[in-house]
Design a protein around this ligand. Structure first.
Ligand code: 0L1
Ligand code: MG
Length: 263
């Protein structure tokens, strides 16, 4: 068990209660400008532990963020980030997303990987990721930064578990070898009108390469992914906002579609 300083506990409590109470807050670095990226990941870990103990939830995988050049340039950074997926974030196509439980949600299309074996190390390659993957599936990630107006620094967003809120995985799972994973086209529509188009190539060139990056980062900390984990590999286009009454569907070449409805 990690012993937290008073400052760490205060920041974790600040972010935990903002999410629980569906309340936006000013970014952490306004009060703690000296925080480093390494400390932000420790805060993220502390936030996960707080959720595990208070909600009885469990970790079911990992998600990647800032995997596209466009988003990295927008934030003035040149690296991706990772956060944790919990089982209480898992939403279903047949179960509407409740808007009032979220602050200012957006949805983005991603490819989900389901691991057939543990994956840990510091020199993991794209090929290792594909080999360890049982299935891939279309997914929608719902992000909901706890920060006012989705404005934050890299440190802030990492501490806030990379804006994670919910995710929906489509029902069609296919072998990673059945599709050209690095070149999957995608169209995302809201209420029947096309809002975004994208490609899996936008995810660090190849979603498995993005996952290999995250596994190597975790490996340097003595951590890794486990058999049965779900990994959201990163957004294939910009995220879009939604409100009650909206339905969103993303259609992926060779993978089929995944949808969500907001009530
Ligand atoms: O999943 C993501 O790409 C989100 C990363 C954090 C940045 C954002 O909230 O837009
Ligand atoms: Mg995402």
């Amino acid at each position: 068990m990690i012993l937290l300083t008073n400052q760490e506990s205060a920041i974790i409590d600040y972010l935990y209660t903002a999410e629980r109470d569906v309340r936006e807050v000013v970014k952490v670095t306004d009060d703690y400008p000296e925080l480093t990226i390494g400390e932000a990941y420790q805060l993220q870990e502390g936030l996960l532990n707080r959720k595990l103990s208070e909600n009885g939830t469990k970790q079911v995988g990992v998600k990647l963020g800032l995997t596209s050049k466009a988003k990295q340039e927008m934030m003035g950074v040149n690296e991706a980030i990772y956060g944790y997926l919990h089982d209480d974030m898992l939403a279903f196509e047949w179960e509407p997303i409740t808007f009032s439980e979220l602050i200012h949600p957006k949805v983005e299309p991603e490819i989900a990987f389901l691991l057939a074996e543990d994956l840990q190390g510091e020199n993991i390659t794209e090929e290792d990721v594909v080999k360890a993957t049982k299935y891939v599936a279309p997914a929608l990630e719902i992000i909901d930064s706890r920060y006012k107006d989705f404005r934050f620094t890299l440190v802030d967003v990492i501490a806030d578990n990379c804006s994670s809120a919910k995710f929906v995985v489509g029902s069609k799972w296919v072998s990673p070898n059945a599709v050209d994973l690095g070149n999957i086209g995608m169209v995302m529509s809201k209420n029947g009108a096309v809002e975004q188009t994208g490609s899996s190539a936008a995810v660090l060139g190849h979603p498995a390469k993005a996952i290999a990056w995250a596994v190597n980062e975790l490996g340097a900390l003595g951590k890794g992914l486990k058999k049965g984990d779900i990994v959201l590999s990163g957004a294939m286009s910009e995220a879009i906002s939604f409100k009650p009454g909206d339905s969103v569907i993303a259609d992926f070449d060779g993978l089929g579609s995944v949808s969500m409805y907001c009530k």
